[in-house]
Design a protein around this ligand. Structure first.
Ligand code: DC
Length: 224
């Protein structure tokens, strides 16, 4: 049976993962968070006390690292060598290390088969940076979701402002600008819209407006 693949790409903080999760729920598809895979590699690198720039050592780590998704109580969790790291990969340190390790072609090709194999077996909504361009060039629907850096920083700031380790708006904005630069300027699979993707700038949108707009786009492309 042919599976349906929906690709959601875009920069950090555009709301890809919350959109992709809601879409998957709405359509009864599986949500695949590819950023979690790069974060898992970064997690292992940091846990072993290595620098995220140390490609030679990172290549050794890849050989010994098994990353998988599993469903636990209805939510998707990510496991590294059998350990559930779903929360541990969400720190600012891991975000920045993930951006660094994701620039290495060796890391990208290691994760490519994993992503494609998942997409082959079920209907999915997959979010990332290069899903429409590289991972699933034949995806049924491709959305490139973006918003201004200021809008994205405001959303991130609001999400974490009451946390114990809250970070200032300016620090978040600077981190977003640096990550955008890393993600768009790297040589391998840079962040860019696929030529057949639908571009959606959701600056000023509520999450509900983004979901409605994307459901309309999907409805025009395929019968769901
Ligand atoms: O979406 P995220 O913030 O969890 O992604 C973490 C990092 O991983 C991000 O800086 C870029 C990288 N990434 C990537 O290069 N390709 C993907 N398909 C997904 C994420």
């Amino acid at each position: 049976m042919k599976t349906v693949n929906i690709a959601i790409d875009g920069p950090a903080g555009a709301g890809k993962s919350s959109l992709a999760k809601k879409l998957a729920f709405h359509l009864g598809y599986t949500y695949i968070d590819t950023g979690a895979l790069y974060r898992s590699v970064a997690f292992e690198v940091i846990r072993k006390g290595l620098s995220p720039n140390d490609l030679e050592r990172i290549k050794d780590i890849l050989v010994d690292t098994d990353i998988s998704f599993q469903h636990v109580d209805g939510t998707q969790r990510v496991f590294v060598n059998g350990e559930d790291v779903s929360e541990k990969i969400r720190t600012n340190e891991i975000s920045s290390a993930a951006s660094t390790v994701s620039a290495f072609p060796e890391v990208r090709s290691y994760l490519l088969d994993l992503q494609r194999n998942i997409a082959r077996t079920e209907n999915i909504v997959m979010d990332g940076r290069d899903i429409g361009t590289v991972v699933l060039p034949n995806a049924d629907v491709k959305i490139f979701l973006t918003a201004s850096a200021e809008d994205r920083a405001t959303r991130r700031f609001e999400e974490q402002k009451d946390d114990e380790n809250a970070v200032s708006y300016n620090d978040i904005l600077q981190a977003i600008i640096i990550r955008d630069k890393n993600d768009t300027e790297r040589e391998v699979s840079p962040l860019k819209p696929a030529s057949d993707s639908v571009l959606l700038d959701n600056s000023g949108f509520t999450p509900e407006q983004t979901l409605e707009t994307v459901l309309e786009i999907i409805g025009r492309k395929i019968n769901v």
